[in-house]
Design a protein around this ligand. Structure first.
Ligand SMILES: Cc1ncc(COP(=O)(O)O)c(C=O)c1O
Length: 360
């Protein structure tokens, strides 16, 4: 039975408007990249007033990074709109959609808004949140049209291995269903992993120049899908945003042309911060999680109960914040992000440690 349709994302509203703190461990993005450090001139913005449907130079650059044809690339405003557009093209109202738990709430919201009958499958904390194809299989039915996963997973940062993805892809393909893989964190995998789009036509992936690139303001997102499906998404987008903002497309091309500069030492910074966090977690009996080898986020369990209390205490006394696990349906966990400068991250961890001690 389809439950009532979600008409907003409470999580996104909270994430946008929560009061600022000095040490936001809430972040899930590396520090913002200053576009003005690239050779951009006003002429590059091509402010001719025209829109440029399916702007080929951008699709070529995105396609080249994956070794896929520009025909398979659909542009969208961030991974957010990419997810919405992909789900909208893949399901009809009443279709069954199988979503991971814990999940990024706007994905659940988008599917609900589009009339999906949402079923869930667990990514268990006791299995380090791995993508377990047997669990997925147990939750599938003849009516499953779409399986949705995030890789790396938000909130846990867990990496789905290629054989696990393939197994899930097979479950979908056997029923004529698809797998949507939100890969917005995948480019922080260590070592780098290839996209699920390489694994077969049953996979549709989304990504953007956001989390690992620090360019969320550009809203440069994309979907990769087989070309017939990509065409359906473009046609559907004629009902939504119609075209992208052309100056943003031009800036995104410049960012892709200087992508090594954009990435800079983010990888090294994330690695240092993960090492600090791993040492911190290992030193505490009240924080439970696996060591982190990759990713931008971690989702440890706190022995003290609902982490809303931890976050309130951090804000009130330490000018620091985490994401309470209730936003991911697991209130005893909390999410932290590694995307702060290492100096700030180290200071934030000290404050987190002091808050945890207070609440022991
Ligand atoms: C799994 C996931 N997908 C998509 C997004 C949104 O990305 P974008 O800013 O590119 O829309 C986020 C941001 O938190 C996310 O965690």
């Amino acid at each position: 039975m389809t439950s009532s349709r979600v008409l907003q994302s409470d999580y996104m509203h909270w994430a946008k408007f929560k009061p600022a703190v000095r040490f936001p461990l809430t972040t899930s993005e590396v520090p913002h990249f200053p576009m003005d450090s690239l050779p951009v001139t006003i002429a590059d913005l091509d402010l001719d007033g025209a829109s440029h449907p399916r702007y080929l130079p951008l699709r070529e650059r995105i396609g080249a990074r994956y070794g896929v044809s520009p025909e398979q690339v659909v542009a969208a405003d961030g991974t957010s709109m990419a997810n919405f557009l992909a789900i909208a093209a893949l399901i009809s109202p009443g279709d069954e959609v199988l979503m991971e738990r814990p999940a990024y709430e706007p994905l659940l919201g988008a599917a609900s808004f589009l009339g999906a009958d949402i079923k869930r499958f667990e990514r268990k904390a006791s299995e380090a949140f791995r993508l377990n194809p047997e669990i997925v299989s147990g939750q599938m039915s003849e009516r499953t049209r779409l399986i949705v996963v995030t890789n790396l997973q938000n909130p846990s940062g867990a990496l789905a291995q290629e054989d696990e993805l393939r197994a899930v892809g097979k479950l979908a393909a056997d029923r004529g269903a698809r797998v949507l893989v939100d890969e917005v964190y995948l480019d922080s995998a260590v070592p780098p992993r290839r996209s699920a789009v390489q694994l077969g036509p049953e996979f549709v992936i989304t990504n953007s120049l956001t989390k690992v690139y620090g360019l969320s303001g550009l809203r440069c997102g994309w979907i990769l899908a087989e070309s017939e499906l990509a065409e359906r998404m473009w046609r559907l987008n004629d009902l939504f945003g119609v075209n992208q903002a052309h100056p943003a497309e031009r800036l995104a091309c410049i960012a892709f042309d200087h992508i090594d500069e954009v990435i800079g030492d983010n990888g090294a910074m994330l690695e240092r911060n993960r090492a600090l966090f791993n040492a911190f977690a290992a030193s505490r009996s009240d924080v439970e999680c696996m060591p982190f080898e990759q990713g931008v986020t971690a989702f440890p369990r706190w022995a003290g109960g609902d982490t809303e209390r931890l976050n309130d205490h951090l804000r009130e006394h330490y000018d620091t914040a985490v994401v309470p696990g209730r936003w991911f349906e697991m209130p005893e966990h909390f999410r932290i992000g590694f995307g702060l400068s290492t100096t700030e991250f180290g200071e934030a961890l000290m404050r987190l440690g002091a808050a945890l001690d207070d609440l022991r």
